[in-house]
Write a protein that binds this ligand. Sequence first.
Ligand code: GKR
Ligand code: MG
Length: 429
Amino acid sequence: MTRDLTVTEVRLTPILIADPPLLNTQGVHQPYTPRLIVEVVTADGIIGYGETYGDAKYLELARPLADRLIGRRITDLNGLFGLELAVDASRVENAVDVGGLRGVQTADKLRLSVLSGFEVAGLDALGKALGLPVHALLGGKVRDFVEYSAYLFYKWAGHPEGVDCEKDDWGAALDPAGVVEQARGFTERHGFTSFKLKGGVFPPQEEIAAVRALAEAFPGHPLRLDPNGAWSVETSVEVARQLGDVLEYLEDPALGTPAMAEVAARTGVPLATNMCVTTFAEIKEAFTSNAVQVLLSDHHYWGGLRNTQHLAALCAAFGVGVSMHSNTHLGISLAAMTHVASTVPGLHHACDTHYPWQSEDVLTERLTFDGGRVAVPDGPGLGVELDRDRLAFLHRRWAEDDGRLRDRDDAAAMRVAEPGWTAPPTPRW
Ligand code: GKR
Ligand code: MG
């Protein structure tokens, strides 16, 4: 049967999803985080799903891009990336973007972040049309399971008093014992065997103590610490010296490629990044100055699953390891991450994911971790199904919000508990 793969409709549904009070160097997560769910509908009724950032500046770009998809075929993904769209640069540079926790902000990166949602939806629809999983469209999986690491955060027991939101059942983690207890929770619930601690929250000695406590509780397990560039070169070198025997890698200890290169030259501990290299333009300087040894890709801002494969090939050519970064996300994105990760030969580090922190989803059936791994779906497309009632519920929450939560702003969330808080200048320590 010949299919008509022409795009006839693109549905964009912004939602707000519950998020626990996770701390980072900028502040704390808001009680709800915006995401955008994309549905691409073809002439013969196939629907492909995608997911990306849902902050206002992404939404503004998503609508005009979606309109330009109508009449194109989902087999023309390369053409999709050729679509030029005028991005108002001031919207990009002046926008709050969680203090740059996701690296440089450029108009093109914004465009790619939106396009990635459309690309994933297109691949999902194409897979459904052909009866093939997305990983097959990407050349085929080279593993049946993708390993993820437990993403540990310092956190409060709940959002500040007076904030009306969902409760989580993780409790507080504000010292080494709390971090170890949280890690045990991750192993009990999901079987994770490697651990990443989000740092940059407390003075480095306290975070060193937390990593030491993890090393004692989980001897021989891979450990990572990520302060999101909060440390000076000297502090980074000192932390690397004190934790060198237990760290798999140190993630973005200092801000920017020159500082990372200096740290790398002074320690044998591998450095990973999702901050100083988040666009193809940043690769040359970082790789030739040996600033990073592990690149954490993110299909959202690198522009989709095929760009993630290109990135992995570049990393392999330079002898740089590759793994995956994560921000708050739902199951559509986890499925997309799992499909592409299954196709990358040199993936030697467990990928990051926030998914276990998300109590809500838009899927009829959530993805699960077994032994810290997600089984690569083999059904057509991404292999996930949308729960329309949940989607409508989460969209209502977005629609009824007075605008305060429509952009992720960790510093604003922190001000609810600590009036006057501003994200500290870098380096903080
Ligand atoms: O969710 O607080 C967070 C993280 O700090 C996130 O925003 C970062 O982008 O997870 C990310 C990272 O690895 O840097
Ligand atoms: Mg990071």
